[in-house]
Design a protein around this ligand. Sequence first.
Ligand code: 5RP
Length: 251
Amino acid sequence: MSDVEAQKEAAGIAACEVVKTGMNVGLGTGSTVKYTVIELGRRIAEEGLEIIGVPTSIATEKLALEVGIPLADLGDLEGLDVVIDGTDEFDGDFQLIKGGGGALLREKIVAQASASMIVVADGRKKVNTLGEFPLPIEITPFSWVETKRQLSILFATEGFIGDITLRRKKELGTVSCDGVEFPANEKGGVFVTDNGNVILDCHFGASIVDPIGLETAILSKAGVAQVGLFNNMCDAVYLADPAGVQILRKN
Ligand code: 5RP
């Protein structure tokens, strides 16, 4: 499986083995877990699997409904048995960077409500030290420049060096968000999350040796809605590489 797309599909489908009839299942967001959602829909249609899903984004909600997964609001359930989600990076302690798809806030809410978190990933996602993938921070549009300034000061104090960029989507056009007008630039219009927030991507390089301390520090800033560090949440990774899918379990 040298092809990355084939690895994503293999990992996404393999992880479905943890899902049994009667479970409440968190449905992650992204191009890997998409295969999980499709496979669960197939098992519902062809094998009589009975589950209730909770999507972590509007995109996943749409896909889940298309493939026939019954959905519920988290608040109407007594917790989740498992969430299956993708990741942008994971390290040897199973700490994650997520949010490349912009769904980090809902993904973390769903993960915290779940008894277990299973991650699906292709071979590129395993790292020694987190941070080569830019760390996403979801912030409120209100006074976002001030929040960015506060975060810059925090990072300088903690010894992190690197650009902090407002995430943009490719399409041009302005976005009005919570009274703030975001103009397009040559990189496009501003990316707005399902929650009406914006995202800062922090380009630190592979230097996050204390992800728990960094998460705590970032969350102390009032304008921060969530940070894409998922610490002590992941129980196992279904990792696909050219040799096949291996299951890495946290001890
Ligand atoms: C979305 C996420 C995704 O799970 C993460 O970006 C991985 O996505 P992909 O499987 O497409 O690489 O965190 O917010």
